[in-house]
Design a protein around this ligand. Structure first.
Ligand code: ADP
Ligand code: MG
Length: 253
């Protein structure tokens, strides 16, 4: 629905850490339904850009629009409430709770727009979101583990639960920063398959930071290349593959 609509837009975004320009006048846009990857060498500013979008970091200058509305003055939880969710933060899992409770809390927390949402005071409401939580767990292949404690899940399933937690918030835009970091080749493949499935089934819009070029080229509609904080190239996987500026940046030029 409303595909082609600009979902996210950064305008002249700058982030300085002391004298270091981590984000250098970045203007990008992401349309609804689009899958955009952000690549670039270590220290290029990829995570900084993601953290500016989630409002975990304060920009030095510039604006961020989401669905046409500036979010640059908002609190992180307000950004979540408006439909931006970041996945693959291990800290988002409550280890002592079951897989199902984790998904239910994620759904409720997004509804209430609170990140540090206190589920103990809302425990009776968990059943309200049971169906959504169940659908989410099914989508990430964890329904048969719904009643396991989250801490007992193997590593790969924990990462699945993290994406489940992000999806339970029913985001319009999912941000992922190096989702396959620290994974075995098998877990990496399973995660890529999962992202592909979610992309097909839910038509999800996402921005992915990923260093594995094979994954990037197979999963993206468009690629943004950062170097030293600035955008040096932008285009389809085919365009980026042959771009000399990209090759130079990756060769340490
Ligand atoms: P990437 O994710 O592309 O590897 P980052 O966005 O993490 O790059 O970092 C970009 C630059 O900003 C790097 O030079 C990094 O050292 C610096 N940087 C990141 N976060 C901070 C911070 N909190 N304080 C100071 N410098 C930072
Ligand atoms: Mg990073």
């Amino acid at each position: 629905s409303r595909s082609g609509e600009t979902l996210l837009e950064t305008r002249g975004l700058v982030k300085e850490f002391g004298g270091l320009v981590a984000t250098d006048d970045v203007s990008i846009d992401v349309k609804r339904g689009e899958r955009v990857s952000i690549i670039g060498p270590n220290g290029a500013g990829k995570s900084t850009l993601i953290n500016l979008i989630t409002r975990r970091l304060e920009p030095t200058r510039g604006d961020i629009l989401f669905k046409g509305e500036s979010i640059v003055q908002m609190e992180p939880h307000q950004v979540v409430q408006r439909g931006i969710s970041k996945s693959f933060q291990t800290a988002s899992i409550f280890p002592d709770l079951t897989v199902m409770e984790n998904a239910q809390i994620a759904a409720l927390a997004a509804e209430h727009g609170e990140f540090g949402f206190n589920f103990l005071t809302h425990r009776d409401k968990l059943t309200d979101v049971h169906e959504l939580a169940e659908d989410t767990l099914e989508a990430v292949g964890l329904l048969d583990r719904a009643h396991n404690d989250a801490e007992d899940l193997p590593y790969g399933d924990k990462r699945r639960l993290e994406i489940g937690i992000a999806l339970a918030a029913e985001p319009d835009l999912l941000l992922m920063d190096e989702p396959t970091a620290g994974m075995s080749p098998e877990e990496t493949q399973a995660t890529v398959d999962l992202i592909e499935e979610v992309k097909e089934e839910m038509g999800l819009t996402f921005v992915l930071v990923e260093h594995d070029m094979e994954i990037v080229f197979s999963i993206s509609d468009r690629i943004v290349v950062l170097n030293r904080g600035g955008v040096i190239a932008e285009g389809t996987p085919e365009e980026i593959r042959g771009d000399p500026a990209v090759q130079e940046a990756y060769l340490g030029g």
